[in-house]
Every structure is written in structure tokens, then in C-alpha cells.
Design a protein around this ligand. Structure first.
Ligand code: SF4
Length: 659
């Protein structure tokens, strides 16, 4: 297991400075109160509280004999005015980077600039910045709200503007905002005031989480920068946990991870990071010991010490009962294998393992001449021999088979030739996070990846074998794969842009546009995870190992259906699906709409299609033209009316002639 702690984890310069100011004042014997909690870390706040530090919400709650400390977020100008008016002693721990923003907005707003602030309007830092603006100000927290703002106040673009950013603002989001500002507000003076401590921490966390199986973000649950870090890490690593202290460590998840990344918010003291690290390391050690040194091994060692293991004998089974097996070992005593010495599998029954006449290699555990019996163990013999086989299998990297007898914390135990092999959860299945329940009592194939001779400890990997199988299948697949080849596959997952289908060890993607001839919003309108589907290879890139699959069939192509069943001249019922000034669009079959031009709606003049037709209405039309190349179809209601009229006229003439 590899644990990596981000270099940027923990106190930033500004927070460290603020805490130092408080602690130094305490060391000087001063009574201290802070304007709001000095940092977003409950543990550190409690520690300071124990040293007498009070937290006040406004300057008038501070006592005259106390030193009021302004925290790193900074405060508005009127707070300074109140402090001075009350005659309070104070220390300003506002981070110099925040003070710089105060200066920018104060100077520019005094010169008549409107101030734009990218940030969270509820964050104390932004509230402080607002309090230094002497003119109008506007706040936005993403590119959408910025666009809305500029839409709502179109004149803003032409005014002199000054834009600043909350120090902890997301760097990527700011880039999007910056583009809009540079494009639409050409007058704006833009100050990128994002603190590099924040962006460095975020970039490092992003890279670390992308390379970790499990990510720990340590920090206050109410800290904005810690929450932002959590979100960044969660995007790259699904097993991301936000914890405030070592007490919240997710041990069961940790035991299944190989690579653990740790970062911490700007307000997290180093002592808490260390505590998490130490607690986690100790706990991992305990888990490894309890999992990789099963009790059986200790018992086995013990049994080797207590019994005479030199006596190996060969015998023939002469009787089997539910509790013991009787064996003839060629001596006058009766050989007995108690059930517990027959197999290490607690679920095994003697009648399933041996039958009368079977020849067995055994170890003599005890001879009782008085009773005329010899206590034998097949389990010990198997374990000794099995251990030799295990060592060989590790050296030669051969595949061994065994039966999973137990599911234990952190993995499973597989029994092979009397040896218990621990298989960690992370190596027990093809992909991480799969349930282990299905493995119980099943025969599995695995490789031995680690042994400790002295401790008779063996660790196995089922995944190593599954990976090989998958690789072999993949090689066989690529050797035969060609465009157009058909496969029966199973839908493994869906995304907004397509469905991933397992076509026998290889996953290919059916793009959403290839799922249906009609326009669909999501692949789930056509297929679901677990569905068995018929697909074919549309394109493949052997080098990159990518395959695009096709799903929709030519015979379902609505244009083919139209060609075969709806030739020009066909009269049919259609449904109006859209109305424009120049005509109505009507659905002939799903996926195919035709146009009834306004001049073709009636044999009388129609001003607008909306005057006589409405969406959803069903009407009879004649197909008057089809352009397959341009995919255009002309429909006419008028022609049907003309046809009907001429039919009526013909009928009248015929009737008159008959009279
Ligand atoms: S994150 Fe940056 S701006 Fe904020 S307190 Fe820390 S150093 Fe100062």
C-alpha cells in the first residue's frame, strides 16, 4: 500500500500567519478574542478556546481588556471604523493577498469604476471586499451568472469596470469567466487575484486523486476551500472522503486500497494531518497482520511443535462416518482421522472427501497403545505438502486452484492443498468494488504473489488470472476483428453519449446516433445495462484498442421503409408536428417528416398554416415528391381535395349519361 501526502496539504501562508498572531498574543499574556473563528478547523478552534480565546461575532462583543484579532478573510471598512470608534485594541490578521483586493476595489471604486467580483456572495472574504467598494458592485460565481448579469444590465459593458476574484475561486471556472469579460467588457480592468496557494493545492490534489484508489481530504466540513478540494478530488477518484480528524478514517475502504492520496484544506493544522497518517499506518498494519496471518497458520505452527510430525504413513480408508475416517496403516492399531484433521474446510463433509478404499498420505499425531489407536492428520500432511507447492507456484508463477472457504475483513481465504491463501478484496475480482459474496464455496484460480516462509503466509491474486484471460480473449478478438463483423454483446454501461457493450472480453461503444434511426435524448431510450444486443463493428483502431459499434439495422432505416412502402402518389394519414409561416411539417412514419406547403393545405387560399392546422392534428395527404438525396418530402392536402372533386364530377357526368 502506498500513501502519498500532497506537498501543499495544510495551512497556507495566510492562515498560518493568522494563527501565529493569535498564539503570539496569548504567549505575550494577552486576553484574545477573534472576530469569527480564526480558521475553519474545529479542532484548532477548540485548542485555542482551551487557552482562553473567545470567538465574537461583532466588535461590540469584544471587551476593552481583550485584543481583537481580525481573521485572514478580512473585514469591511465599517468594521475597522467600529473597532476604532469603540477604542478596541486589535491585530489585523487579514491575509496580505486579501488586503491587496481591498486596496484595488477601494481605489477603483473611488475613481468611478463599477466593481465586478467573482466569488461566493456569502463568503466572509467577499463580504469584506464588498465593504471596501465605494461605488456600485456586482457579484457572480460562474460563467452562467456572469452572462446573466451582463444580459440583465446591458449598459454595464460600456461603463468603466474593475474585476477582481475571490482568492479561493476555482481557477478553471475563472478562466471561463475571464474569456467572457475579455470578449464582452473590453473596458474592464481585470485583476486575477486568485491566490496561488489555493490553485497550487487544487492542481496537486487533482493530479494526486487521479493516481489514487482512495483519497482523503482532511479539513473542516464548513471550510469552503476544503469542500472545493473534496469536489476536485471526487471527480478524479470516486473513493474520496472528507474527514475532520483521524476518528473519521474510513478503515474498511482503506484496507481495500493500494494507493492512498492525502491532501488537506488551508485551515488544517499539520498536527491533524500527522495524527491521521500515524493512526492510518498503525491500523493498516493491524489489518494486514490480522488478514495475512490467519489463526490457522498459528495453529499449524503450534501443531508442528506439539506433535511428532516425523511419522508419515501411507494408509487405506476402511470406514467413513460423519465425525471420523478409519484408516488401515499396516499396524496393529486402528488409524483414526478426526473430522477436524481431515480438511481445513469447515464446510466439508467426510463422505464428500474420501471413500472406502482411497489411499492417503498422513501424519501420525499421537499413538495410544492402551486404546490401540493412532491419531492421524491428513490436514497437516496436506498443509506441509501444500506449502511446498505454494512456494513452487510463486517461483514459477503458475496458476493454482482452490476453494473459497471464508470471506474475511479485507478479502477472502482460499484453500488450496490444505494451505489457506489470503486474497485481498482488491485482487479477488476483475474490477474493484465488486461483491465478494459470490465467491464463497466456489473454486477459483489464482496466482501466488507473496509468501513468507517463516510465517507460512501466502497471498494470492485472482485478478492476475482474470487479467490474463481477458488479455488472451482480447488478442484472439483483435486477430479476427474486422469492420462489419457481427457480435452478440451485453450492455455494460450507459453514458449520455452512448452505450458500452462487452463483446466477449472487449468493450466497444455504440454512439447514441447509432442506437436509433430517430433522434433520442439518452441511450436508455433504446437499451439498458444488462441487455443482450446484436451489434457489428463500424470502425476499429487496433493500435489504440478502440472499437465503434453499430446497432441500428438497415431494415429499420425509415428512409428504406419509405422507399418500399410510401412511393410518390401514396395517400396516407399523417400527424402535424410543427407549424411555420411557409407550411406545416407532418410525420409520415417515426423519423420521417414531410412538408405540406401553405399553398398545398387547401384548394382555397390559406393565409397562415396556423389558421387551419394545429400541432397534433391528423390529416390525410398525398405524397407528391420525394428527394432521397436532400431527404425532403412534399405532401399535399390540396391534391386529395382536387382528386375528390374530379371524382365527384366524373360520377355526376356518368350518372347524367346513364339517365
Ligand atoms: S488561501 Fe491564500 S489568500 Fe487565502 S489566506 Fe491563504 S494565503 Fe491568504
Amino acid at each position: 500500500m502506498k500513501i502519498t501526502v500532497a506537498r501543499s496539504a495544510g495551512f497556507c501562508f495566510g492562515v498560518s500567519r493568522a494563527v501565529n498572531i493569535v498564539e503570539k498574543s496569548l504567549d505575550q499574556g494577552k486576553k484574545v478574542c477573534t472576530l469569527g473563528t480564526i480558521i475553519h478547523n474545529p479542532q484548532k478552534v477548540n485548542e485555542l478556546k482551551k487557552r482562553g480565546v473567545r470567538v465574537v461575532e461583532s466588535p461590540d462583543e469584544a471587551k476593552l481588556d481583550e485584543t481583537l484579532v481580525i481573521r485572514s478573510h478580512g473585514v469591511s471598512q465599517n468594521v475597522y471604523d467600529t473597532i476604532n470608534a469603540l477604542g478596541l485594541e486589535y491585530k489585523d490578521a487579514t491575509c496580505p493577498f486579501v488586503l491587496k483586493i481591498h486596496k484595488i476595489v477601494a481605489e477603483h471604486s473611488a475613481e468611478g469604476y463599477s466593481i465586478l467580483i467573482a466569488g461566493d456572495e456569502n463568503h466572509p472574504e467577499v463580504k469584506g471586499i464588498i465593504g471596501h467598494c465605494k461605488s456600485e458592485y456586482y457579484i457572480f460565481n460562474n460563467s452562467d451568472t456572469l452572462a446573466e448579469l451582463l444580459d440583465k444590465f446591458p449598459l454595464l459593458k460600456n461603463k468603466p469596470l474593475c474585476a477582481v476574484v475571490q482568492t479561493t475561486f476555482d481557477k478553471k471556472e475563472w478562466k471561463k469567466n475571464l474569456k467572457i469579460l475579455q470578449k464582452l467588457c473590453t473596458n474592464a480592468k481585470i485583476f486575477d487575484t486568485i491566490c496561488s496557494a489555493t490553485s497550487d493545492r487544487q492542481s496537486e490534489a487533482e493530479v494526486l486523486s487521479a493516481n489514487s484508489d482512495l483519497m482523503l481530504v482532511i479539513g473542516g466540513k464548513h471550510s469552503s476551500n476544503t469542500n472545493k478540494l473534496y469536489k476536485i478530488c471526487q471527480k478524479k477518484c470516486s473513493q474520496t472522503y472528507l474527514i475532520e480528524s483521524a476518528e473519521e478514517l474510513p478503515f474498511s475502504a482503506i484496507s481495500g486500497a493500494d494507493r492512498i492520496g492525502i491532501t488537506a484544506g488551508a485551515s488544517t493544522p499539520e498536527s491533524i494531518i500527522k495524527e491521521v497518517l500515524v493512526t492510518m499506518t498503525e491500523e493498516i498494519k493491524k489489518i494486514e497482520e490480522s488478514e495475512a496471518e490467519p489463526k490457522f497458520e498459528e495453529l499449524l505452527e503450534e501443531s508442528f511443535k506439539n506433535y511428532n510430525t516425523d511419522g508419515r504413513v501411507h494408509g487405506v480408508v476402511v470406514g467413513v462416518t460423519p465425525t471420523e475416517v478409519r484408516v488401515d496403516v499396516g499396524r496393529k492399531q486402528t488409524g483414526i482421522i478426526p473430522l477436524t484433521e481431515l480438511s481445513g474446510d469447515p464446510n466439508a463433509k467426510p463422505e464428500d472427501l474420501v471413500k472406502v478404499g482411497d489411499e492417503l498420505d498422513l501424519i501420525i499425531m499421537k499413538t495410544n497403545d492402551q486404546e490401540g489407536t493412532i491419531m492421524l492428520s491428513k490436514r497437516l500432511y496436506d498443509a506441509q505438502k501444500g506449502w511446498d507447492d505454494i512456494i513452487k507456484a510463486e517461483e514459477e508463477k503458475t496458476i493454482v486452484t482452490g476453494v473459497v472457504t471464508e470471506i474475511v475483513k479485507g478479502g477472502v481465504i482460499a484453500l488450496t492443498n490444505g494451505v489457506r491463501v489470503f486474497i485481498p478484496a482488491s485482487l479477488a475480482t476483475a474490477t474493484r468494488g465488486e461483491s465478494l459474496d459470490g465467491l464463497l464455496k466456489k473454486e477459483v484460480s489464482f496466482r501466488i504473489i507473496e509468501t513468507t516462509r517463516q510465517r507460512r503466509r501466502a497471498v494470492g491474486s485472482i485478478r492476475s488470472v482474470l487479467n490474463d484471460e481477458r488479455k488472451q480473449k482480447a488478442e484472439a478478438f483483435w486477430a479476427e476483428a474486422e469492420v462489419g463483423k457481427k457480435y452478440t454483446g451485453v450492455v455494460k454501461s450507459l453514458t449520455s453519449y452512448g452505450a458500452f457493450v462487452d463483446i466477449g472480453g472487449i468493450d466497444g461503444m455504440v454512439h447514441i446516433s447509432e442506437l436509433s434511426w430517430s433522434r433520442i435524448k439518452h441511450p436508455s431510450e433504446v437499451v439498458n445495462v444488462g441487455d443482450t444486443v446484436e451489434v457489428y463493428i463500424k470502425s476499429l483502431d487496433k493500435e489504440k484498442g478502440k472499437i465503434s459499434l453499430g446497432y441500428r439495422k438497415d431494415e429499420d432505416n425509415p428512409w428504406e421503409i419509405l422507399k418500399n412502402k410510401y412511393p410518390v402518389g401514396t395517400e396516407c394519414e399523417v400527424e402535424v408536428v410543427g407549424l411555420t409561416q411557409f407550411g406545416a411539417f407532418a410525420r409520415i412514419i417515426p423519423g420521417i417528416d414531410g412538408l405540406i406547403h401553405v399553398s398545398q393545405i387547401s384548394n382555397e387560399r390559406v393565409e397562415k398554416p396556423q389558421d387551419v392546422l394545429s400541432v397534433g392534428q391528423k390529416v390525410n395527404v398525398k405524397i407528391t415528391a420525394i428527394d432521397f438525396e436532400k431527404k425532403r418530402i412534399s405532401l399535399s392536402m390540396k391534391e386529395l381535395l382536387i382528386d375528390a372533386q374530379s371524382e365527384a364530377a366524373d360520377k355526376e357526368v356518368t350518372e347524367e349519361a346513364a339517365e
